[in-house]
Design a protein around this ligand. Structure first.
Ligand code: GRF
Length: 197
C-alpha cells in the first residue's frame, strides 16, 4: 500500500513541486493526498491545483486560540488520511499537541546544515545571510523529524554545497534550493520504504 503524504507550505512551493514530480516519475512511491497552505494567494496553491491535489488554507491568524488551530490541522490530517506530514517551506509553528499526536511522522526541510543556523529567526534569506557573514566554507540543507524543539528533531539526511567568495544570500539560497529538491523526495522515499543507509 502506498503511503499518503500531506504537504504544508507557506511560499512558492518549489519543494512541493519536487515532491509532485517525484511521485509522477516514480522516484517517490507515495500519494500526495492533500496540500495545506498557511495563507491564501501563495504560489504553492497553484502548483497543487495544477497537479490535481486537493488544497485548502489553514491560516493561524483566523483562529483565536492555538488549540483551535491545532484541531483544524488534526481534522485535515485525518480527513486526508495522512500517513506522513511534510513541511516544505512551512513558516508557522506546529502546535505541540499536534507534534505529540504525530510523533515521528512530521518531516521538515530546513535550508542549512543543522544544528547550525536553526531555531528562532533562522528562516528564508536570514539563514544564508548569517552563513555568509560567518564566512562559512559550506552550507546545505537538512531533512529532519519535527519534535517539540524548533529545528532540533532527529536529522534524517543532509546535502551540502560550497559557499563561494562572491555569494549573495540570494545566490547561496538558489544553490541550496537545488539540493533541497533532490534531498526531500529522496529522504521521504527512504523513510517510507525504511531503506536508510
Ligand atoms: C526553502 O528554502 C525551504 O527550505 C525553506 O523555505 C524555502 C521554501 O521554498 N524552509 P519553496 O516554497 O519550496 O520554493
Amino acid at each position: 500500500m502506498k503511503k499518503n503524504l500531506v504537504v504544508l507550505a507557506s511560499g512558492s512551493g518549489s519543494n512541493l513541486q519536487a515532491l509532485i514530480d517525484a511521485t509522477i516519475s516514480g522516484k517517490l512511491d507515495a500519494n500526495i493526498t492533500g496540500f495545506i497552505a498557511s495563507k491564501p494567494g501563495i504560489g504553492a496553491i497553484s502548483r497543487a491545483e495544477k497537479a490535481g491535489i486537493p488544497s485548502c488554507v489553514i491560516n493561524r491568524t483566523s483562529f483565536e486560540t492555538e488549540n483551535e488551530f491545532a484541531n483544524s490541522l488534526l481534522t485535515a490530517f485525518r480527513d486526508l488520511r495522512a500517513d506522513y506530514i511534510i513541511l516544505a517551506g512551512y513558516l508557522i509553528k506546529i502546535p505541540v499537541n499536534v507534534i505529540q499526536k504525530w510523533e515521528s511522522r512530521i518531516i521538515n526541510i530546513h535550508p542549512s546544515l543543522l544544528p547550525d543556523y536553526g531555531g528562532k529567526g533562522f528562516y528564508g534569506l536570514n539563514v544564508h545571510r548569517a552563513v555568509i557573514r560567518d564566512k562559512q566554507k559550506f552550507s546545505g540543507c537538512t531533512v529532519h523529524i519535527v519534535n517539540e524543539e524548533f529545528d532540533k528533531g532527529p536529522i534524517l539526511a543532509q546535502r551540502s554545497v560550497p559557499v563561494l567568495e562572491n555569494d549573495t544570500p540570494e545566490s547561496l539560497a538558489a544553490r541550496v534550493l537545488e539540493q533541497e529538491h533532490i534531498l526531500l523526495p529522496q529522504t521521504i522515499q527512504q523513510l517510507i520504504k525504511k531503506t536508510f543507509p
